[in-house]
Design a protein around this ligand. Structure first.
Ligand SMILES: Nc1ncnc2c1ncn2[C@@H]1O[C@H](COP(=O)(O)OP(=O)(O)O)[C@@H](O)[C@H]1O
Ligand SMILES: [Mg+2]
Length: 301
């Protein structure tokens, strides 16, 4: 009898069951989009295991499949093969434990900043928080992104950077286990972007959220991440390389600028993007003005 038990136990400790213990498991994901000319394989065997509290950046050339990966983790797309496990549960649809911040901040324009956050808070905490507690919680999250001064303004009364901060407050207020961000600071000017990166680092160290952030910005990836996941060009895009970022936290952009390890990591990402996965595009033919238009302007002079 004992022998049987021992055999059974040892059978359980297979690599598969070890993989099942990871917090967020992106397991062997393929994504095939139907197109008029047949299936287009955007992703092939994307496989990544993420720990709780980890900050992951997803970097790769435009069109390689970053947003597709994020949308599958968000439950907005269903993988064609493989899948997502969060806390050992399969992800098949969107859920409040996975909040998404899109680049275009998607606030409801007829609601104030406060009401935009309130909508999300009510969705998650209606049964567990009193009205007073909800109010406190909404205000706390607006303070976290330094937007408490503009709570009662509507989205068209604040700047793009401020709207993005409200989008982040709304996502954080849902207390998501996983925060998914698709180029969240892409449309911001450099100063606002730096400020948002600093707030995000502060918030994440306080709340220990697990974050997957898509970015085009190499400095942003190195500054914020625990690991940088670099994707190959599509079709059949997959993970090319993963870079561990072991820089001490809290991180300061100023002191890192002179840090040799920071610069090594930075150049590793640049080498991956611009040597190993160089995208050959004929820029001159794409951006050339139509000859007829040029001729017309010359004639007008
Ligand atoms: N719904 C869709 N139908 C067909 N093709 C799609 C769809 N969504 C994305 N794709 C294609 O999949 C590839 C990856 O897209 P995407 O994930 O948006 O890339 P990225 O976010 O890295 O720029 C691209 O070639 C894109 O054209
Ligand atoms: Mg994208």
């Amino acid at each position: 009898m004992n022998t049987t038990n021992i055999t059974n136990t040892s059978q359980l400790i297979e690599p598969e069951s070890i993989a099942n213990n990871v917090f967020l498991n992106i397991s062997q994901v393929d994504m095939v989009f139907p197109t008029p000319t047949g299936g287009f394989t955007a992703l092939k065997e994307v496989d990544l295991q993420i720990d709780k509290g980890e900050f992951i950046s997803l970097i790769g050339h435009s069109g390689c499949g970053k947003s597709t990966v994020l949308n599958i983790v968000a439950g907005l797309y269903q993988a064609s093969k493989g899948g997502i496990l969060l806390n050992n549960k399969e992800v098949n649809e969107p859920g409040p434990e996975r909040a998404v911040v899109f680049q275009n901040h998607s606030l409801l324009p007829w609601l104030t900043c406060y009401q935009n956050v309130e909508l999300a808070v009510k969705q998650v905490f209606n049964k567990t928080m009193s009205k007073g507690e909800m109010k406190e919680w909404i205000e706390y999250n607006l303070k976290l992104v330094h937007m408490d001064h503009a709570m009662f303004k509507r989205p068209d009364e604040i700047s793009g950077g401020m709207k993005q901060r409200i989008g982040i407050a709304r996502a954080l207020a849902m207390q998501p286990e996983v925060l998914l961000m698709d180029e969240p600071f892409g449309a911001l000017d450099a100063l606002t972007r730096a400020h948002m990166q600093d707030s995000l680092m502060e918030i994440q160290s306080e709340l220990n959220n697990t974050v997957i952030m898509i970015t085009h910005d190499v400095d942003e990836a190195v500054l914020l991440s625990d690991r940088i996941v670099m994707m190959t060009n599509g079709p059949e895009a997959t993970i090319g390389e993963i870079l561990d970022v072991k820089l001490e936290r809290p991180r300061s952009r100023l002191s890192l600028a002179k840090d040799p390890e920071y610069n090594r990591l930075r150049s590793e990402v640049l080498t991956f993007l611009y040597e190993k996965q160089r995208k050959v595009e004929n820029i001159s033919s794409k951006t050339a003005a139509p000859q007829t238009a040029l001729k017309k302007r010359v004639n007008e002079k």
